[in-house]
Design a protein around this ligand. Structure first.
Ligand code: PMP
Length: 466
């Protein structure tokens, strides 16, 4: 460890010596150091060396309105000057919190009752787990507590949310998942359907697997099922035809609540305001984060249906104070940013814009990549997509993970001024750009990705892979 005074060190060195990075190959980071971003405008980011990148991932799937929107800066500035903080415990409140909650209730599909604010998707899903348990205790069903998520689903990293997430890297060595959290099949048609199965048949088989799991565990022990409309960080997996229809039949049969995790899909990403609207999902609870403030400041929400709210509210007469909440629940600065952000999304109809530019993006990705060597599939809807690679599409077998094919393509793309993301499990590259992206910028992203893929494909061919 250096004994130099820190002010003599470069930012890169300060970072290496002091920042504990999330989701980072830590030992490798000590060799390579960080890439420090300093500014952003629209869909473009600039780093400390002055290099520019098109951010085709909108930060972490969150900067829906793009970078540099001064309306948010002004709303935050105004709120900090007027009232930088006050809490919402013990019946206290602030104006922005009431405005955002009302707005969300009116935007969300279905009969939503109340909005509980948090600061991240993870804590919002932890709140959902606690609300499910609380609710079933109030309903006199103390044994109905298990929650089923899906392999490759992503719901966050805290103890309960990290347990819901169905990715081994979040469980290994962290002693997760905790008890009472189970995982069922990933509805990934390309990889998991039996040969010759139609999408509808595959959806039914996923629903049958869920049904069998609930029967095995005992329906009186299973409380809820959580799903992203389109699985994001676990692979951009679009549900096969009929999937949510079949799954919802099973859930209704067993009186199991449905939690829609709209953290990525919410606020326009799929071409409608919420992913639930695209797939006719009728959730009892909705988790939102990311796009609610476009990531400018932290805010999330756990929303419960009106019938659930009635039970919780009535139950509180017996139980007393509702014993859950954060110092920063309904933070007025975050809520003020959310109001300004929702103003932009609604005024600029970014959901409709995502539908239109999304159609273009999906077509261009398919035209460019489908049928090309080593391309397994292009999948996506609206402004979210993934391109997956395999050595030989005719054989449907993944690359040896030690080749790190997607990681190498993502690194190459960075050199070409494109931020994409290598997804876990197999070799997929994700696109989830700000919803304000233009057709021209999409075309640039696709061209840069194509160049990066071609370069890595050449390397692999040279090395005799594929
Ligand atoms: N749910 C989903 C669907 C997500 O994509 C994420 C984050 N990628 C989370 C929950 C967790 O959100 P956070 O990182 O804000 O805790």
């Amino acid at each position: 460890m250096s004994v130099q005074p820190t002010h003599n060190l470069s930012v890169e060195e300060l970072d290496k010596q002091s920042v504990f990075h999330p989701f980072t190959a830590l030992a490798q980071h000590m060799e390579t150091g960080p890439r420090i971003m300093v500014s952003g405008e629209g869909v473009t980011l600039k780093d400390r060396q002055g290099r520019e990148y098109i951010d085709a991932l909108a930060g972490l799937w969150c900067v829906n309105i793009g970078y540099g929107r001064t309306e948010i800066a002004e709303a935050v500035d105004r709120q900090i000057r007027q009232l930088p903080y006050y809490h919402s415990f013990a019946s206290m409140g602030t104006e922005p919190a009431a405005y955002v909650a009302d707005r969300l209730k009116r935007m969300l599909p279905g009969d939503m009752g109340r909005v509980f604010f948090g600061l991240s998707g993870s804590d919002a899903n932890d709140t959902q787990v606690k609300l499910v348990w609380y609710y079933n205790n109030l309903r006199g069903r103390p044994n109905k507590k298990k929650i089923i998520a899906r392999k490759r689903g992503y719901h966050g990293v805290t103890v309960a949310a990290g347990s819901l997430t169905g990715l081994p890297v979040l469980h290994n060595a962290f002693d997760l998942p905790v008890d009472r959290i189970l995982h069922t099949a990933t509805p990934h048609y390309y990889w998991n359907a039996e040969p010759g199965m139609s999408e509808e048949e595959f959806s039914r088989s996923c629903a049958e697997e869920l049904d069998a799991l609930i029967e095995r565990e005992g329906p009186d022990t299973v409380a809820a099922f959580i799903a992203e409309p389109v699985m994001g960080a676990g692979g951009v997996i679009v549900p096969p035809k009929g999937y949510f229809e079949e799954v919802q039949k099973v859930l209704r049969k067993h009186d199991v609540l449905l939690i829609a995790d709209e953290v990525i899909c919410g606020f326009g990403r799929l071409g409608r305001m919420f992913g639930s609207q695209v797939f006719d999902i009728e959730p009892d609870m909705v988790t939102i984060a990311k796009g609610i403030t476009s990531g400018y400041v932290p805010l999330s929400a756990s929303v419960v249906s009106e019938p659930m709210w009635q039970v919780i509210m009535e139950g509180s007469k017996e139980l007393g104070v509702f014993g859950h909440g954060y110092t920063y629940t309904a933070h007025p600065v975050s809520c003020a940013a959310a109001v300004a952000n929702l103003d932009i999304i609604e005024a600029e109809k970014l959901d409709q814009r995502a539908a239109e530019t999304g159609r273009y993006m999906q077509e261009l990705l398919r035209e460019t990549f489908e049928g090309e060597p080593m391309i397994a599939e292009v999948r996506g809807v609206g402004l979210i997509a993934a391109v997956e690679l395999v050595p030989d599409p005719a054989v449907k077998k993944p690359f040896d993970p030690s080749l790190k094919v997607a990681g190498r393509i993502a690194a190459k793309a960075l050199d070409h001024g494109l931020i994409t993301r290598a997804l876990p499990n197999g070799d997929s590259l994700a696109f989830s750009p700000p919803l304000v992206i233009s057709r021209d910028e999409i075309a640039q992203c696709v061209e840069r990705l194509a160049r990066s893929i071609a370069e890595i494909r050449d390397e692999l061919t040279r090395d005799g892979v594929g």
